[in-house]
Design a protein around this ligand. Structure first.
Ligand code: PLP
Length: 397
């Protein structure tokens, strides 16, 4: 009775781990969670106040499906100031989270049988959204030694006459890769030459460290801008994951088509959340800076501890809030009598024996790695890593 279309998609690997961890917690087990994909900070007060005010003023009805003009204007200002991108409000679509903007974009740009290039590791949702649109995900591996960034030569080789789209994500989840402008330039040339389109997922743009700078591929020239759908949102930057506000910026024709689709799917995103998002974009950015400082400290600590573990190779992530160590040296080793194959086995042992939840790389298309989120307190990070260290020190190596 279930359609083939829905049968074809896989459940979210990140959600699978968190439900297992929740089940253990219900049984009274104290689980440290490194599986989280959202900031542990509270939404800043002035943003909450924006939502409260909207409720009190009765701003609780349908809005234009593509978002209120005030928010679309605020997004235009943000894109201009932060990214050097010139858009008008009719080039902006506000959706129910960046995930929803991505979905609208893939549905709008992808024909049945079109190939969509996705660099691995990738965010778990991309291939599934492509499959839902009737497209064919074409996975192109990246090299950990090259900072998990897509090599333009490999990209060029993957392009066929059926290629339609490239999905780029920088800063990247799960690897923390941040693409410098030179890389993006080389990629943009291939995109333009072959008449492709780019979905540029920039939701982690503010979370960069070591003086790294985020560049939007759309900012590299008029031609590539016309071929790019910029995807962003307030979830990660402002600790607003539950408010569900994301957005897309692109050519008017593309945005109009995406908005038409959204009108029939969800209509407008929550009116209250839209008002809060205006506050987020236009209000004080100080809470963002404080959050970045804390993430940077946690990253340094976590990467140092992970690198000191036997059989862990942990490149230093430049952005987002994840470490993504390679654990392939554990292949064939035994921990507490259990033989380890890939990251899925090691993640299972770490959860069951050390009571620390981590996400195996399989769901991200990189089975030799494991994702550790540092979107949790320093105290939890210390305790979780202590537990893992104790577990691994008892292994036969
Ligand atoms: C969290 C995340 C999103 C989705 O964010 P929402 O705006 O909450 O839907 C999109 N892309 C990546 C890579 C993410 O990690």
């Amino acid at each position: 009775m279930i359609s083939q279309r829905v049968k074809r998609i896989s459940p979210s690997a990140t959600l699978a781990i968190s439900s297992k961890a929740k089940e253990m917690r219900r049984q009274g087990i104290d689980v440290i969670d490194f599986g989280v994909g959202e900031p542990d900070f509270d939404t800043p007060d002035h943003i909450k106040d924006g939502g409260i005010k909207a409720i009190e003023e009765g701003f609780t009805k349908y809005t234009p499906a593509a978002g209120i003009p005030e928010l679309r204007e605020a997004i235009c200002r943000k894109l201009k100031v932060d990214n050097g991108l010139q858009y008008t409000p009719d080039q902006i679509l506000v959706s129910v989270g960046a995930k929803h903007s991505l979905y609208n974009a893939v549905q709008t740009l992808c024909e049945d049988g079109d190939e969509v290039i996705i660099p691995a590791p990738y965010w778990v949702t991309y291939p599934e959204q492509v499959k839902l649109a009737g497209g064919v995900p074409v996975i192109v591996e990246t090299d950990p030694e090259e900072g998990f960034r897509l090599d333009p030569d490999r990209l060029a080789k993957a392009v066929t006459p059926r290629t339609r789209l490239l999905i780029l994500n920088s800063p990247q989840n799960p690897s923390g890769a941040v693409y410098p402008a030179e890389d993006l330039k080389a990629i943009a040339e291939i995109v333009v030459e072959n008449g492709l389109y780019v979905l540029s997922d920039e939701v982690y743009e503010k979370l960069v460290y070591d003086g790294e700078k985020h560049t939007s591929i759309a900012a590299l020239g008029e031609e590539i801008k016309r071929r790019t759908v910029v995807i962003n949102g307030v979830s990660k930057t402002y600790a607003m994951t539950g408010w569900r506000i994301g957005y897309a910026a692109a050519e008017v024709e593309i945005i109009k088509a995406m908005a038409k689709l959204q009108e029939h799917l969800t209509g407008n995103p929550a009116s209250i959340a839209q008002k809060a998002a205006v506050e987020a974009l236009e209000g004080s950015q100080k809470p963002v800076a404080e959050m970045i400082t804390q993430f940077a400290q946690r990253r340094d600590y976590m990467v140092e501890r992970l690198s000191s573990l036997a059989g862990f190779v942990c490149p230093c992530p430049k952005g987002a809030f994840y470490a993504f160590p390679n654990i392939s040296q554990w292949h064939g080793k035994t921990i507490q009598g259990r033989r380890i194959g890939d990251g899925t086995d090691l993640a299972a042992v770490i959860l069951e024996e050390a009571h620390v939840a981590v996400v195996p790389g399989t769901g991200f298309g990189f089975p030799d790695c494991i994702r550790f989120s540092y979107a949790t307190s320093m105290e939890n990070i210390k305790e979780g890593l202590d537990r893992i260290e104790r577990l691994l020190s008892g292994a036969s190596w």
